[in-house]
Ligand binder design. Structure first.
Ligand code: B12
Length: 594
């Protein structure tokens, strides 16, 4: 297969003095000798040693497991929510969830000693041994130590804490691609991830698994589902062949079409030779709208198909039903409990619908994805080895992939045939849903702006666009739409700290700053940004923010809307991108076009 013409010196992406990752893995394995693994309440009550054993039993006996995501503003609220959801299920006569993912706050990814000083975002953090103990012993629902456990610089401490309390699915490998606030030492981060993974590897025979959630990493912004499959093969290779840890591959949240989702789930299973059960299959998070009632349709269609696939092919997975408030914020415990109940009821419908589904069509789609996935995997390993990178060293593989970035990974190794008409230079084997809907949204916006004819009013205006966190679809839409609307966009990328933005504003002499944010940090980020701008004598540069403008406050278990505070502090929140363009026009003094 030929490669689209992009020039990249792969070897130059790695520092000359990068330590050998195999040593970090060995250090992790050695550390395991000093760890006394606990046993969770769930495992004790169900007579299993690990979650993997439970799932293999589910697969053999043919019963359905479910998972939920949970993470309220702090640990005590989250703990209480877990207990209530368990009781609620019993009181309604449905089987409680088998497992939950702790959606911990981003600070948990940092080394313990630095967490208290780091900016607080939405979600709970575990601060004490007692908190960790409660995580595994509050209710007989098996926890996964999920978001921000492994991936960041604090990986080793988190892995040890999780193992000690009896958690046996620990992740999230793909989050290795993230940057944590104020943390730029990628080498230390790489070594921490490998050491933590080495510790998990030492417990492989006891059922401990290294979990990933594909969308948290580069697949979340891939254009082609075949490359999801190839990426999973790469992660599996790193986890199982190079580190020795059992790799459990979860995915699913950024796909709305239940048929496509079924095919991708099956393709991921087909490239999983040991049949390690997925920690979970995430429910659809993108088909939701601000109309919460209408989102019940999303839950029904999505969960029914996830369950049919799981039961028919005996995957031993655990679907997550997504609460209907998904677009807006972290859900309350009641909202989680409601969709868990719906999920259990849907189990009754599986045998009614399954016999009439055209599984042959889904399997054909699966087979195309598998062929494409293998092509991606082989192109990646051969391409990197051909560039002189030691692909037997997990540190070199992880770091070069991280520094290469999602778009270049797809351009270089993608499964699709080269075709310049597509943004990644290749025609996707099967285009991803969120990319499809974002591109559609972009077309609509551009049509609207061209109808209004705003270009002249803001042509040449220098606008810096950035995201506070990993969410990059809105950042892409903002940057590409503003560029098309005539401004000179300084695309400052994702995961930025306020200080970085201010520095860039000064260096580029930007006329306006546009920030998109989603992690529940809007008010503190905005305040910091404004005070740093003022301190740099750039207080007159207008700042616009949008996305999910909320933040946790004392006394509320869910984050609250902070738009009024932002506005009071001088930050404008136009809400939509077309209104942002109008506001820029106004600022320029060109007046708002009719
Ligand atoms: C996709 C997604 C992800 C992907 C991101 C993939 C990627 N690389 O971009 C992944 C899976 C990685 C992810 C991770 C997380 N996510 Co997320 N994610 C979403 C999701 C499903 C969609 C967001 C999206 O991209 N939409 C498409 C874009 C085009 O639309 P949009 O972002 O809504 O933006 C539109 C408008 O808001 C507006 N807009 C946006 N920005 C701006 C700025 C300005 C100035 C203006 C005018 C307008 C504007 O224009 C856009 C077009 O209409 C939302 C839920 C949802 N359905 O909305 C949760 C959501 C945003 N995520 C959430 C969270 C908490 C997280 C995590 C922190 C979880 C965790 N603890 O690990 C992590 C982030 C960690 C990190 N390192 O930063 C929460 C935020 C909760 C809150 N603040 O109350 C949400 C709401 C889900 C939920 N209900 O809990 N996420």
């Amino acid at each position: 297969m030929s490669t689209p013409a992009i020039e990249v010196d792969l070897g130059a992406l790695l520092p000359a003095d990068l330590p050998d990752g195999r040593e970090a893995v060995e250090a992790g394995k050695a550390r395991a000798a000093g760890i006394e693994r606990g046993r969770s309440l769930f495992c004790r009550e169900n007579g299993v040693e690990s979650e993997r054993e439970w799932r293999e039993r589910a697969r053999a006996e043919g019963f359905d497991c479910t998972c939920m995501n949970i993470g309220l503003a702090n640990w005590p609220d989250t703990r209480e929510a877990i207990g209530r959801i368990y009781e609620d299920a019993l009181s309604r006569g449905v089987r409680p969830p088998d497992r939950f993912n702790l959606i911990a706050e981003r600070r948990m990814g940092l080394p313990k000693a630095t967490r208290a000083e780091a900016p607080q975002e939405t979600g709970p953090a575990l601060w004490t041994e007692q908190d960790w103990h409660e995580l595994a012993n509050t209710a007989p629902i098996q926890p996964e130590a999920a978001d921000n456990t492994i991936g960041g610089p604090g990986s080793v401490e988190n892995a040890v804490d999780a193992l000690q309390v009896g958690i046996t699915h620990i992740g999230v490998l793909s989050q290795y691609s993230w940057r944590w606030p104020y943390w730029d030492d990628e080498v230390a981060q790489t070594m921490a991830v490998l050491e933590a993974a080495g510790t998990l590897a030492a417990f492989k025979s006891e059922g401990v698994c290294f979990d990933t959630y594909l969308e948290d990493g580069y697949p979340g912004v891939f254009h082609d589902y075949a490359n999801y499959v190839g990426w999973s093969m790469l992660e599996r290779h790193i986890s199982e062949q190079l580190i020795g840890a059992a790799y459990s591959c979860s995915w699913g949240g950024l796909t709305q079409d239940p048929v496509v989702k079924s095919a991708v789930t099956l393709a991921l299973h087909a490239v999983n030779p040991d049949g390690v059960p997925a920690g979970f299959v995430q429910g659809d998070t993108i088909g939701n709208t601000p109309d919460f009632d209408s989102n019940m349709a999303v839950v029904g269609a999505d969960v029914l198909f996830m369950k049919m696939v799981d039961r028919r092919y005996r995957l031993g997975g655990a679907p997550i039903a997504v609460p209907v408030t998904e677009t807006e914020r972290i859900p309350t415990w009641e909202e989680v409990a409601t969709v868990q109940t719906i999920s259990r009821r849907l189990e009754e419908y599986v045998p009614m619908v399954d016999p009439v589904v055209d599984w042959g069509q889904i399997e054909a789609m699966r087979d195309r994805l598998v062929v494409g996935g293998r092509a991606f995997f082989e192109a990646a390993l051969q391409g990197l080895a051909g560039a002189g990178i030691d692909t037997a060293d997990p540190a070199r593989l992880l770091l070069v992939l991280k520094r290469l970035g999602a778009d270049r990974c797809e351009q270089l190794f993608g499964a699709g045939e080269p075709d310049e008409a597509f943004p990644r230079g290749r025609r996707p084997v099967l285009q991803t849903d969120l990319v499809k809907s974002t591109m559609r949204r972009r077309e609509e916006l551009l049509a609207e702006l061209s109808r209004r004819g705003t270009e002249d009013a803001i042509r040449g205006m220098k606008v810096l666009v950035s995201s506070t966190d990993v969410h990059e679809f809105a950042e892409f839409l903002l940057a590409s739409t503003l560029a098309a609307a005539g401004t000179e966009v300084i695309d400052f990328g994702i995961n930025r700290d306020p200080e970085d933005i201010v520095k860039a504003v000064i260096e580029t002499d930007a006329d306006a700053v546009v920030v998109t944010t989603h992690n529940g940090v809007a008010r503190s980020f905005g305040e910091r940004l404004m005070s740093e701008l003022a301190a740099a004598d750039a207080g007159a540069v207008p700042v616009f923010m949008g996305g999910v403008l909320n933040e946790d406050v004392e006394g509320s278990e869910i984050p609250i809307d902070v738009r009024a505070d932002l506005n009071a502090g001088g930050i404008r929140t136009p809400g939509t991108i077309d209104r942002l363009v109008e506001a820029l026009v106004e600022h320029r003094g060109g007046g708002v076009p009719a």
